[in-house]
Design a binder for this molecule. Structure first.
Ligand code: NAD
Length: 383
């Protein structure tokens, strides 16, 4: 069986699904590997490195003609979907809950769609496959670097002959995977870090990395299913907001990462709160997308500077801005999943398997994910 590594075509995407270092395990499992010419260039990997690792370099047409399994980072675009055929499998971060139509189109081609977004994240043997975590980790790190880069002062306390620089006060809102990495990164740069989340168990995690947990007078426990947060009630939101506004006003840098599965991200930094921040302060809104963000004033994919000189950065694909490191982690995730689903040198879809079941979105010409079926039905598309 042949595994194909596709060149990413989404705007700004520089990651690649498989790096040469990850090839060994894939070929040892019995696969031949074909790589689309130039697939690794965005991540600074020349074709020769794949050749040296034992892969063949092929054209786009040959990749789709030859590969039984196609590895991608992002979902295929309509042209790529049109190249898929029955019996072929595409694996990537397909985002079927955001874009069920692409999953449906893959099913209509008779191809199988496997999405890394649906890995059961709390299952310990699936942790090496958890691409959402590995990429959020890159995102949290990069968000803090961007904030430091935009901030016109030092992060650490610095005593020099020319004077003393006060350390930066950094606040992290949302202490999931990205938030924890952002805390660690800010601490390593010497900032004074505070952090806040609506799941009480995050307090200990934040403190173990050297942050002070922001305890609001009104305690909210919004632990939801699967370790995620639930949406707050209107009343909870109002009390949280009022107390958070006071803290935000005293901060130099705020990184927001808060997400609620399947919902619009909660607004945690209101226009009012931004108005109270000092000139030169920086906000990086990692939750910003077309749906909105954690900061009321952020514009997805853009950097804005407010009238009171606060910079608000809303990057849209942070992992792609660190493509070498992000691709290395991603390659580990996708190859672990591929090998988990491999029997006797071939990919086997087992819908009863506790990992294989949830990740399979389309198979045998049909959408097999219930959540995606429901979305398509509510959109009037059927399944
Ligand atoms: P996420 O991206 O869904 O959200 C980021 C953070 O925002 C979460 O910590 C969430 O609680 C917080 N948040 C949501 N609404 C908020 C609000 N109104 N105010 C403040 N904070 C708010 O989270 P994630 O990084 O994908 O992690 C989700 C969960 O999955 C976490 O519990 C994480 O520990 C867990 N996880 C577990 C494993 C594992 O067990 N192996 C692996 C990865 C992730």
């Amino acid at each position: 069986m042949k595994v194909g590594v596709a060149r990413e075509t989404a705007a700004g995407e520089r990651r690649v699904a498989l790096v040469p270092e990850a090839l060994g395990k894939v070929t040892a499992a019995g696969y031949e590997v074909v790589v689309e010419a130039g697939a690794g260039l965005g991540a600074l990997i020349p074709d020769q490195a794949y050749l040296d690792a034992g892969a063949q370099i092929v054209s786009t047409a040959d990749l789709y003609a030859q590969a039984d399994v196609i590895l991608k980072v992002q979902k295929p675009n309509p042209k790529e979907v049109a190249r898929l055929r029955g019996g072929q499998t595409v694996i990537g971060l397909l985002q079927p809950l955001i874009d069920p139509a692409t999953a449906q189109a893959i099913a209509e081609r008779g191809a199988t769609a496997i999405s890394l977004d649906a890995i059961p994240r709390t299952l310990s043997r699936a942790q090496t496959m958890d691409a959402l975590s590995s990429q959020a980790n890159v995102g949290g790190y990069k968000a803090m670097l961007m904030a430091a880069n935009s901030f016109g002062r030092y992060f650490p306390l610095l005593t020099t002959a020319a004077g003393t620089a006060k350390p930066a006060n950094v606040l992290i809102l949302g202490i999931g995977v990205a938030g924890l990495q952002a805390i660690g990164t800010a601490r390593r740069m010497g900032a004074v870090v505070k952090a806040y989340d609506v799941r009480p168990e995050t307090r200990e995690q934040a403190e173990s990395l050297g942050a002070t947990f922001v305890k609001l007078k009104t305690q909210i426990d919004a632990t939801g299913a699967g370790g995620y947060a639930r949406e707050l009630t209107a009343e909870e939101r109002a009390t949280q907001q009022a107390e958070l506004n006071e803290v935000i006003g005293t901060m130099d840098v705020v990184i927001t990462t808060a997400q609620v599965p399947g919902r619009k991200p909660p607004v945690l930094v209101t226009a009012d709160a931004v108005g109270k921040m000092k000139p030169g302060s920086v906000i990086v809104d990692m939750a910003a997308s077309a749906l909105g963000g954690n900061c009321e004033l952020s514009k997805a994919g853009e950097t804005v500077v407010t009238e009171n000189l606060v910079t608000i950065i809303a990057p849209d694909n942070l992992p792609a801005t660190m493509p070498v490191g992000a691709s290395q982690f991603y390659a580990r995730n996708i190859s672990s999943l591929l090998l988990h689903m491999t029997k006797d040198g071939a990919l086997v879809v087992d819908l009863e398997d506790e990992i294989g079941g949830p990740v399979t979105v389309a198979h045998g010409g049909k959408i097999v994910s219930e959540a995606v079926q429901k979305l398509l039905a509510s959109a009037g598309g059927g399944a």
